[in-house]
Write a protein that binds this ligand. Structure first.
Ligand SMILES: Nc1ncnc2c1ncn2[C@@H]1O[C@H](COP(=O)(O)OP(=O)(O)O)[C@@H](O)[C@H]1O
Ligand SMILES: [Mg+2]
Length: 356
């Protein structure tokens, strides 16, 4: 508890009858980079706005450094926010935009100049102080927004899809810059994105949200390798997910029957007859003509799609469902129309409890 800087206890938020955040419990640690990741409308921005104090929770408690956020005036709060649309003052130049919070606090001219210069250096915008926002690129505007948010030395920086408006190349570059900045300053970042790759590359921990609920809160590796729910498995990476029933198990390997056929998956704690989901990543799918013990998935190769670095191939199974597998190069052994068996190393597949 002592190293947590932001704590959410049973936090809920409703707009009218619409409950958009449900029983949320999170402890965000000092200095951590925590990402809220989920599809549009799942409640990420609302959660961030409650932490910022812009929005009041319908029930539950939010503590920042052990104190309730609502009791503090906005300028006293240790949190600051960076928005996707930058929210810069269009009529002010870069210097005045960054200096704004210190001017409000009536700091001396010397101190303001010193701090703004430090910030300009930090975000690599020295020489741009007299430009107006309209004279900056998207990436530069976002750097000004970050400098402006950091000048108050916040303990926590909230970032709502801050790179969402940038093109792919610039976004990748800014991801690296932001992560470096966060490490250097040792500030806690609470970062919102709907981009799974961004979340995986930047975060210490990721909270995967779905319809107002955190489905899993864990490190990127755990989320990627051990998704806890069907939703997480489907949202992160590119997996094939089957619904089935446990028919037996032996030595930590479970036999599963699905509408597409039989399959095996590593896992424990399941009972015969129990409903289960099996998730298998596209890159772990094997195809061949031999039959493999425990598997009865056969299908017809459909189209192969070239994706730049990988080739993805779809196979249509007996029940008309499709499975996709990916390779770095086109598999020349098989071509469209071939009938193949599909299998995998059961250790590579993930067994997920079905919700009742
Ligand atoms: N001020 C508001 N009034 C009514 N409904 C809102 C308001 N803000 C957000 N919502 C609704 O709450 C849900 C979650 O929104 P939001 O937190 O913005 O999601 P996200 O940021 O994950 O896309 C959405 O259904 C949205 O329409
Ligand atoms: Mg949002």
């Amino acid at each position: 508890m002592s190293d947590s800087i932001v704590t959410l206890i049973d936090v809920e938020k409703s707009f009218g009858k619409n409950k958009v955040v449900k029983k949320m419990n999170v402890e965000i640690k000092q200095g951590e980079f925590l990402t809220l990741l989920g599809p549009s409308g799942c409640g990420k921005t609302t959660t961030l706005r409650m932490i910022a104090g812009f929005e009041e929770a319908t029930s539950g408690t939010i503590l920042v450094q052990g104190e309730s956020i609502e009791n503090k005036e906005p300028f006293e709060r240790e949190v600051n926010t960076v928005f996707q649309n930058y929210a810069l003052f269009p009529h002010m130049n870069v210097f005045d935009n960054i200096a704004y919070a210190l001017k409000i606090k009536k700091k001396s001219k010397e101190e303001i100049t010193k701090r703004v210069n430090e910030m300009l250096e930090l975000v690599q915008l020295k020489g741009y102080e007299n430009r107006k926002p309209e004279e900056l690129s998207g990436g530069q505007k976002q750097r000004v927004a970050i400098a402006r948010a950091l000048i108050n030395n916040p303990k926590v920086l909230l970032l709502d899809e801050p790179l969402g408006a940038l093109d792919l190349k610039l976004r990748k570059q800014m991801q690296v810059e932001l992560k470096r900045l966060q490490k250097k300053l040792e500030i806690t970042f609470v970062y919102v994105t709907h981009d799974q790759e961004e979340a995986l590359t930047m975060s210490d921990r990721i909270a995967i949200m779905n319809e107002g609920v955190i489905e899993q809160l864990a490190t990127p590796r755990e989320i990627y390798e051990r998704p806890l729910t069907k939703f997480v498995a489907g949202f992160i990476g590119e997996s094939n997910i089957f619904d089935g029933e446990v028919t037996g198990f032996y030595n930590g390997i479970i036999d599963v029957v699905t509408a597409s056929g039989n399959m095996r998956v590593k896992g424990t704690g399941f009972n015969v007859g129990e409903r289960i989901h099996v998730s298998i990543r596209q890159e772990f799918i094997e195809i061949g003509t031999d039959s493999v013990e425990g598997f009865s998935l056969s299908g017809t190769i459909k189209d192969a799609i070239y994706m730049g670095t990988v080739v993805k191939t779809a196979v249509e199974l007996k029940d008309k469902s499709e499975i996709k597998y990916s390779r770095f190069e086109k598999d020349d052994k098989f071509s469209e129309g071939d009938v193949v068996n599909i299998y995998w190393n059961p250790e590579r597949a993930v067994a997920i409890k079905a919700k009742n």
